[in-house]
Design a protein around this ligand. Structure first.
Ligand code: SF4
Length: 154
């Protein structure tokens, strides 16, 4: 599998048209699936780990439009990342065929058992609040962790 950016959201940066070409090359070379993200840490509000996603379901699924394009263009499974918090949103993305799989990052930093929780019947929203404070823990001696969760436990 390969994880690629769909676009940079930067002047003269990588465009969706270009990454579709890359996706075709990967597909032609036998890749089993592509995970699609987008943006860079220079992309302002469109960074890969956006702040404020948890405020409404409408803010989830950052790359919805681009995923539609990818699904039309490529024949191998698409794994979509970016902004997922709500079980019903995840289910809709997969059921509608927008993506074959979804990927999670910050929700699992906050709640490593999130998938077990959902599988066990508790389908309430992931508890992470898309604040990005966990990035500051990368420079600490402790392993990457949710700074909010840790504070709540103190
Ligand atoms: S610090 Fe915790 S709540 Fe904030 S984005 Fe990171 S994992 Fe989510």
């Amino acid at each position: 599998m390969a994880k690629i950016n769909s676009e940079d959201f930067l002047e003269n940066g990588i465009t969706v048209e270009e990454t579709i070409e890359v996706a075709h090359m990967l597909e032609d070379r036998g890749m089993d699936a592509i995970e699609m993200s987008g943006g860079t840490f220079e992309s302002g509000k469109l960074i890969p780990s956006r702040v404020g996603t948890s405020k409404s379901e409408e803010r989830e699924v950052y790359y919805r439009k681009t995923a539609e394009t990818f699904k039309k263009e490529i024949g191998i499974p698409l794994i979509l990342v970016g902004g997922f918090l709500s079980f019903n949103v995840v289910q809709d993305v997969v059921d509608s065929g927008l993506a074959d799989y979804i990927a999670l990052s910050r929700p699992l930093i906050r709640e490593p058992n999130l998938i077990s929780r959902w599988a066990g019947g508790d389908r309430t929203k992931a508890t992470y609040i898309s604040c990005n404070k966990c990035f500051s823990t990368l420079s600490m001696k402790e392993a990457l962790h949710c700074a909010v969760e840790k504070k709540n436990k103190e």
